[in-house]
Design a protein around this ligand. Sequence first.
Ligand code: ATP
Ligand code: MG
Length: 566
Amino acid sequence: MLNTGPSNFIQEIISQDLLKGKHKTVVTRFPPEPNGYLHIGHAKSICLNFGLAEKFGGRCHLRFDDTNPRKEDPEFVRSIIEDVRWLGYDWGEHLYYASDYFSRFYNFALQLIEQGRAYVCSLNPEEIRRFRGTLTEPGKNSLYRERGIEENLELFEGMKRGLFQEGQHVLRAKIDMASPNINMRDPVIYRIMKEDHHRTGDTWCIYPTYDYAHCLSDSLENITHSLCSLEFEDHRPLYDWFLEQLNVECHPRQIEFARLNLNYTVMSKRKLSMLVQKNHVQGWDDPRMPTLSGLRRRGYTPRSIRKFCDLIGVAKSENIVDMSLLEYCIREDLNKIAPRVMGVLNPLKVVITNYPPEHSEALEAVNNPEDESMGTRLVPFSRELFIEREDFREDPPKKYFRLAPGREVRLRYAYFITCEKVIKDEKTGEILEVHCSYDPQTRGGSAPDGRKVKGTLHWVSSRHARKAAVRIYDRLFLRPNPAQDEKKGLDFSEALNPESLKEMRDCQVEPGLEKAGIGDRFQFERLGYFCLDPESEPGRPVFNRIVSLKDTWAKIEKKMQSESGS
Ligand code: ATP
Ligand code: MG
């Protein structure tokens, strides 16, 4: 079973419904509109819907809510299918499209007109808005509200046949213009849109609205529990109204839950699409994006995302989840499964002066200390090595236990070395090389005389290493809640972090990584988890850093807070 997550209030409701014999099988659905790529918020809904179906031995449908051809695209359909599959869920034969129900929606609309519960309204969009009233004022009836049934049927057919212009007429439900719930003030159920649809072509030039199409789609598919995010709570009376008037056999129960919000990112398709369109990121699958395709390319595993969805739980109240929780989930997963390797991001040459020039040897290194079954590998060692530039300091501060003049450190899986000499560029003072001696007695990383060293460094043999590019990512936004900025009238893209991507092109990695395939994940010892990017080419690997080993961001934030005296 994929989802063994903790219980939640929706699960309780379903249990009760089953106990009362209201249903025999639980049927849920995930209903994305194909107007963008899925993001981690959608993952919450996917895990919830598919997870509950699984838990109760029922089924979950994947349904495209494709009722607005102006914003939709088959590219999005394809990506959504790929993403839900990647997360590990299976809808079997239950793949549906709201557009497949267009004829039935139309017939239901005829039924509403015949019942005197829908009418063709010829106010223009601006008038409709004005007549709707406000939260504190009731609306006013449309001048067309009392049109006769025959006239309504005739006009509605004319709308369907394309006899009118966009905005000339709409079909509206006849409910109550004075309702305290604005959604009940004669909502529009059909509008004219002279637009080809990616599935139905030019068959239709009227399209149903979300509120009308959604409840009917649920009903036609015999959904038992229709789970949606909190903003639809005020739409529930309308959901129920349509199904009651039309006297359908299946009347699903709508249950609302709080959407997922994550800090330092945005989570709406409209905003994400803007980031793509304005080239703030390189595409929907840019590894900085909170989209599932971005997270996948970054190196996140489906399991880590499902785990995250379990941990955040499902509740009724909105909150903002800290990005570090998502990072915790991927670290936990990769710690167990990612092979350890050595790679140097910012190389500094080390020459082992007492090591024979032409010689090299293969040293045994552990692939994963968390999992013995992953075995060991051999890494080549020779006279000239690379270490991380920041692992050497000419004037080491206190508590700096890495390499410094006269100091002895351990090279992981190799030898103890002692720094003898620093070679610098005479003009610039830049450190070019560090010369060291090694103790042949310490092969494997320990001294027979029992002496200890405080620092252990990663390294690669310069002759054997392969060049690589590494992309280090940081938060996409500098402020924790960019969406809030927009509500205050600011442009949310102004909070973008200009340093969210740093590419390092002269990294050196151990030769075994030559065999890595696109999407393979590794722990670079001491540096974090990395994943081979699809932009890699033979001889020019590109690694994305998925996440650092420790939560450096939390540390920086703490430091900034203490510095600003708060
Ligand atoms: P967006 O605001 O990102 O455009 P949406 O709600 O318009 O999202 P849909 O394609 O309609 O996108 O969403 C499909 C399903 O995913 C809906 O049931 C919706 O409630 C759910 N969903 C969307 N965003 C979130 C979120 N952040 N957290 C939980 N569920 C979400
Ligand atoms: Mg939507």
